[in-house]
Design a protein around this ligand. Structure first.
Ligand SMILES: [Zn+2]
Length: 72
């Protein structure tokens, strides 16, 4: 009872934040995309476990899963 809400007196004091160029984030995303497109994920171990690339196949060092490359 009787509590007064303090009104923020200083508005606009710390608002100069949204003017930064955020191009770095976009770059990171594109790099990640590239990696994901290049690397193969182990279907058994799931996301985060990538297959090691060999000349003619990919293999998982964790569970031994092997996927052969298809020749065109
Ligand atoms: Zn695996």
């Amino acid at each position: 009872m009787g509590k007064k809400k303090k009104v923020r007196a200083r508005e606009g004091g710390k608002k100069a934040r949204a003017k930064r160029p955020g191009s770095k984030k976009y770059k990171m995303y594109s790099i990640e995309d590239n990696k994901l497109a290049k690397k193969r994920v182990c279907p058994r171990c799931g996301q985060g476990v990538f297959l090691a690339e060999h000349k003619d196949r990919w293999s998982c060092g964790k569970c031994g899963y092997t996927e052969f490359k298809k020749k065109n």
